[in-house]
Design a protein around this ligand. Structure first.
Ligand code: DSN
Length: 420
């Protein structure tokens, strides 16, 4: 093995036992529970090695071969590989791997494509959108004139007629599609047609689905969008961070919008880890993984339906499902709390046209990226649905939930996250 000055846990335990105990506690938490938060995953040891490397030391403002600091030859190689791998994997004309997060990527896309005050049409937050899609508490709603579109009340799927009507009425400069809580495929071609009809840019926020796109498990937005923003840490299973893909003609505008407009020095250790994840995502095993994530998503949604939780829109085509708990008389907040006490991590979510305030919400969101990484398949999804059902209904509280936590410990022991 090559000499690598990498993570030395013994050194951390000696110098900072408090933080060392946090790392051990978090590992135990990951190993001991069911991670059903749809936006989380379990990175590979190779990704973690790149993250815990000396590349964190380097200032490298700029881009490969165009830096504001000397000594960047090695980090240039990392970033060039990341760019090349992203372009090849997604068939994109250009890629920028510097955004620190999905929000940073979206901020740069706004900066590249529209001016403050311009109108942007995006999915309303309570219907599955994201804060950066026009929420008044976010830069997007403060600086841009955002208009929200919705899902239909009967089908709970995007109302493309409404999207077109709003586009014709408001003539947005940019249309955003993509969501954080929408279980169905999005018709990117329909959005492209609407954008073309009103002369708008089309930005796809593919943060949730980009890993499924990489694995060929859902259609790619790249051929349709001017700009695709994404995160690298969800189904894609890379380090926490952002990424932008775009048409070649927009490369310079996107790069300038990331640095120097919205960010300073890039996180070179994270970019190297993104390159590792993209390399992993190009392998046949990752294709199998992505397809299993969707198969597990479908199996989990169907089994939760049998537990009395209504899947919003009737099911899922992706890694996530939204469940309406109103028939059980339980709020999303109560379900989240009870499940967490049983070591099942999922999050409350507003369902479309939710009568409850977001702090309580009527639904939960579940996702299969982590449990699929652990090797679980459809039979385990059915078992998990039974456990979630019991946790959600556990009005009696602590004793029942403690018993469930034991059972969950037994299940996850067979599919350990980070096995020793
Ligand atoms: N926080 C992410 C999620 O949970 O979907 C989106 O930003």
């Amino acid at each position: 093995m090559a000499t690598f000055w990498g993570p030395d846990f013994g050194e951390l335990e000696r110098t900072d036992p408090e933080i060392a105990s946090v790392l051990l506690g978090e590992l135990a938490r990951l190993r001991g529970g069911l991670q059903l938060i749809a936006s989380e995953n379990l990175t590979s040891p190779a990704v973690l090695a790149a993250l815990g490397s000396t590349l964190t030391n380097k200032y490298a403002d700029g881009y490969p071969d165009r830096r504001f600091y000397p000594g960047c030859a090695e980090v240039d190689r990392a970033e060039s590989l990341a760019i090349e791998r992203a372009m090849a994997l997604f068939g994109a004309g250009h890629a920028n791997l510097q955004p620190h997060s999905g929000t940073s990527a979206n901020l740069a896309a706004y900066a590249a494509l529209v001016q403050p005050g311009d109108t942007v049409l995006a999915m309303d937050l309570p219907h599955g959108g994201h804060f950066t899609h026009g929420s008044k508490v976010n830069f997007s709603g403060r600086w841009y004139g955002t208009v929200g579109y919705h899902v239909r009340e009967d089908t709970e799927t995007i109302d493309y007629d409404e999207v077109r009507d709003l586009a014709l009425a408001h003539r947005p400069k940019m249309i955003i599609c993509g969501a954080t809580a929408y279980p169905r495929l999005i018709d990117f071609g329909a959005f492209r047609d609407i954008a073309d009809e009103v002369g708008a840019y089309l930005m796809v926020d593919a943060a949730h689905i980009i890993g499924l796109v990489a694995g060929g498990a859902v259609p790619s937005p790249v051929p349709y969008a001017d700009v695709v923003c994404a995160t690298t840490h969800k189904v894609l299973r890379g380090p926490r961070g952002g990424m932008i893909l775009c048409r070649a003609e927009l490369a310079e505008r996107i790069d300038k919008a990331v640095f120097p407009f919205t960010q300073g020095g890039p996180l070179m250790h994270v970019i190297a880890a993104k390159a590792v994840a993209l390399h992993e995502a190009a392998r046949p095993e990752f294709r199998r993984y992505a397809h299993q994530v969707v198969a597990n998503g479908r199996a989990l949604a169907a089994a939760l339906a049998a537990e009395g939780m209504r899947p919003v829109s009737g099911g899922t085509d992706t890694h996530l499902a939204l469940l309406d708990l109103r028939d059980l008389g339980v709020t999303g907040a109560e379900a989240e709390q009870r499940c967490a006490a049983a070591r099942i991590l999922l999050n409350k979510t507003a369902i479309p046209y939710d009568p409850r305030k977001p702090a309580f919400a009527s639904g939960i969101r579940v996702g299969t990226p982590s449990v699929t990484t652990q090797g679980m398949r459809e039979p385990e999804m059915r078992e998990i649905a039974g456990l979630v059902g019991r946790a959600v209904r556990a009005v009696s509280g602590a004793p029942a939930l403690a018993e469930l936590a034991e059972e969950i410990g037994t299940l996850v022991a067979k599919f350990s996250a980070y096995p020793t």
